[in-house]
Design a protein around this ligand. Structure first.
Ligand SMILES: *Cc1c(COP(=O)(O)O)cnc(C)c1O
Length: 412
């Protein structure tokens, strides 16, 4: 894919691109958000979960696309993830979902991040810091309704909510819980957790505390039922066009946003008996053409795919020969198939060609599709497209938004 249209990127900031790239289609992200929003109960908002660098897709461009398509808030796991978004011009509400190290609370407050609390003592600490910085700080109370990860005990929820609502420098904006089994065929655990959440909400309301944003659903709960909508849902994996599990389908029209491609860096011929890569674990039975792909396990392409995975050019599969190295891997070129140097190969496809999709690749290496995107290393540049044109790039040298002029880029 070539850069096209508009302005050339500033060479002082833009170093060119290595052959291995993650391509993220922002139209697909926007479309996924719109399709899910249309399915929600009227009045229910969509919180776009862009933690872990947007599940590996790059949080800045994904966050902006999700907001464009109508997401009302963003969610991250850590303070640094939120601060990074602020530094890149994101002004929307950002909820930090997880526990926060006390050393990061001040930065969170000063960057107007919304914090999740689960105890009165934590709320007090935040209230004191908010007082010192002179900033009203929004917090959401998390209730542990059965996952036994983060959150307060359901029996304590109303007391904590009441206490927080009396703190001068905190705004109790939200209350939420998280489902442990929403992606399983059997919905009973999720229904039980929701019932517990409902009781807590009733107690909080009974105590006279009004909390405007009550939320529970992740992607799986959102995709399977309207039971869990409340005031907002938190959309993570489905935002990226990936189904939460084999038991929960995406809605019609939703699509995988990411592809991982590279280009052939060397073509060579094996004689019968020649071996390939570390340990010589692949031995050519007959004369065979092989192609070198500059992508390896340090890019997030698993070493366990040695002699097992494949890449694709169109509908043709090129099987991996020998071990996947840190920075490179070798594939066999099927007899009679014409390839040239710099031809594009797809390592992770979106179903449009013979490359495995993120979900298929995950199954092959014994993990879930969540781990495919999050494993793609920082040194793999992310290219963002809209209407088929590259509109932004993010790599180790920084983010380049091609919609800004070179002068604006330097000034950022
Ligand atoms: C990650 C996360 C989500 C998003 O989950 P998906 O399954 O990716 O939709 C929602 N809520 C919390 C608390 C999370 O940690």
């Amino acid at each position: 894919m070539e850069l096209s249209g508009g302005l050339l990127p500033d060479p002082l900031r833009f170093t060119g691109l290595r052959s291995t790239r993650a391509l993220i289609d922002l139209d697909v992200i926007e479309n996924n958000v719109r399709i899910v929003r249309q399915s929600l109960t009227s009045g229910t908002n969509l919180i776009a979960v862009v933690k872990a660098n947007g599940y590996g897709h790059g949080s800045v461009f994904v966050a902006k696309a999700a907001l464009t398509a109508g997401a009302s808030m963003l969610a991250v796991a850590t303070v640094s993830e939120g601060v990074m978004l602020r530094r890149n011009g994101v002004r929307a509400s950002i909820l930090v979902l997880g526990p926060v190290d006390p050393s990061q609370l001040l930065a969170a407050i000063e960057n107007s991040l919304t914090l999740t609390v689960n105890s009165i003592s934590m709320a007090e600490t935040i209230n004191d810091l908010a007082d010192e910085s002179g900033r009203l700080t929004r917090v959401h109370l998390k209730i542990d309704t059965g996952m036994h990860r983060y959150g307060c005990a359901p029996a304590d929820a109303a007391t904590i909510a009441t206490t927080i609502s009396s703190m001068q420098h905190l705004l109790l904006e939200g209350v939420f819980t998280h489902f442990a089994c929403a992606d399983e065929a059997d919905e009973s655990t999720t229904l039980e957790q929701a019932a517990r959440f409902d009781s807590c909400l009733a107690e909080i309301a009974g105590a006279g505390v009004d909390v405007p944003i009550r939320h529970a659903a992740n992607s799986a709960a959102t995709l399977r039922s309207r039971r869990y909508d409340y005031d907002a849902i938190r959309l993570g994996i489905a935002l990226y066009g990936l189904a939460p599990s084999d038991d929960v389908d995406l809605l019609p029209g939703m699509k995988q946003a990411l592809r991982l491609t590279s280009r052939i860096a060397r073509l060579s011929e094996l004689e019968p008996g020649d071996r390939v890569s570390y340990g010589g674990t692949y031995r050519a039975e007959r004369a065979e053409r092989v192609a070198l792909i500059p992508c390896g396990y340090a890019d997030g392409y698993r070493r366990s795919l040695s002699n097992a995975g494949w890449v694709a050019i169109g509908n043709v599969k090129l099987p991996i020969r020998g071990r996947v190295c840190m920075d490179q891997l070798t594939v066999g070129v099927p007899e009679g198939f014409e390839v040239s140097l710099l031809d594009e190969v797809t390592l992770i496809g979106n179903g449009d060609n013979a490359a495995p999709t993120a979900t298929e690749l995950a199954a092959q290496i014994g993990t879930i599709n969540y781990e495919i995107g999050t494993s793609i290393a920082a040194r793999v540049p992310r290219l963002y497209t809209k209407n088929g044109k590259v509109v932004g790039i993010e790599d180790l040298t920084g983010a380049v938004d091609l919609s800004l002029t070179a002068q604006q880029q330097r000034g950022r």
